[in-house]
Design a protein around this ligand. Structure first.
Ligand SMILES: [Zn+2]
Length: 242
C-alpha cells in the first residue's frame, strides 16, 4: 500500500494516470474485439469458398456419372442394332422384315439422341471440370492467405492480452494509492461502466455527454479540485500534462 495522499493535486495526478490506463484498456479491448470479428468473417468466407468448391466438384462428378451411363446405353443400343441387322439378313417374310426394319430405325434414332446428349454433356462437363479446378484453387489460395492473417491476428491478440494484464496490474496499484473512499468509488464505477475517469470536451462529459456548468469545466482544467460529473458520477480530470 502506498502513502495515502490528502492533497487533491496529488490525488488528481493519480486519477489522470488511471484514466490513461483506462483508455489503453479500452483501446486494447476494441482491438481484441476487432481481431475476433475479423477472424470470424475470414472463417465464414473460407467456409463459403470451400462450399463453392465442393458444389463444383459434385456437379462435375454428377456429369461424369451421367456421361458414363449414357456411354453404357450407347454400347447396349449398338449391340442391339448389330443383332437386328444380323437378324434381318435371314428373314424372308416381308412383314417380319418391315417390323425389324422399323425396330432398326427406332434404335438408330435412339442412338442419335444418345450421342447428341453425350456430346452436349461432354461440352458442359469441360466447363464444369475447369470450374471445379478453378474453384478448388481459389479456395486453397484464400485458405493460405486467410490462415496467415489469422495467425498474425492471434499473435497480436496474445500480445494485447499480455499488455492488458500488465495495465490492469499497474492500474490496480494506482487505485490502491487512492484514499479508500475514492478507491472504492473508482472500483464501483469500473464495475458498472467502462471508464471511471473521463475528460470533458468543450464542457461535455465524455462519459455521458452531460454538459457541465462552465465553472466546473474550468475546475477540471485547473486540476486543483476533485470534480465528478453530476450525471454519471465519473471523476473528471484534465488530460495528462506529460
Ligand atoms: Zn458524465
Amino acid at each position: 500500500m502506498g502513502e495515502i495522499p490528502v492533497d487533491p493535486k496529488t490525488l488528481i495526478n493519480i486519477l489522470v494516470e488511471i484514466s490513461e490506463f483506462e483508455e489503453l484498456l479500452l483501446q486494447a479491448s476494441q482491438q481484441l474485439q476487432h481481431n475476433s470479428q475479423l477472424t470470424f468473417s475470414l472463417e465464414e468466407l473460407q467456409a463459403e469458398y470451400e462450399a463453392d468448391a465442393a458444389r463444383a466438384a459434385r456437379q462435375n462428378q454428377g456429369a461424369e456419372v451421367t456421361i458414363r451411363s449414357l456411354e453404357n446405353e450407347i454400347t447396349q443400343v449398338e449391340e442391339l442394332l448389330k443383332v437386328k441387322k444380323q437378324m434381318i439378313i435371314g428373314l424372308t417374310d416381308r412383314r417380319q422384315v418391315r417390323a425389324v426394319t422399323e425396330e432398326i430405325s427406332t434404335l438408330k434414332q435412339r442412338l442419335d439422341r444418345l450421342e447428341n446428349d453425350t456430346i452436349n454433356l461432354l461440352d458442359k462437363q469441360d466447363l464444369l471440370k475447369s470450374e471445379a479446378t478453378e474453384s478448388q484453387s481459389e479456395s486453397r489460395v484464400h485458405g493460405t492467405k486467410s490462415r496467415a492473417k489469422q495467425e498474425a491476428m492471434a499473435s497480436d491478440s496474445a500480445t494485447l492480452s499480455r499488455k492488458t494484464k500488465h495495465i490492469q496490474e499497474d492500474m490496480q496499484r494506482l487505485i490502491s494509492m487512492l484514499p479508500p473512499g475514492e478507491g472504492r468509488a473508482v472500483i464501483r464505477l469500473r464495475e458498472k461502466l467502462d471508464q471511471a475517469i473521463v475528460h470533458h470536451h468543450e464542457g461535455a462529459c465524455q462519459g455521458c455527454f452531460h454538459q457541465l456548468p462552465q465553472q466546473q469545466a474550468l475546475s477540471v482544467d485547473g486540476g486543483r479540485t476533485i470534480v465528478r460529473c453530476p450525471s454519471c458520477m465519473r471523476f473528471m480530470v484534465h488530460r495528462s500534462w506529460r
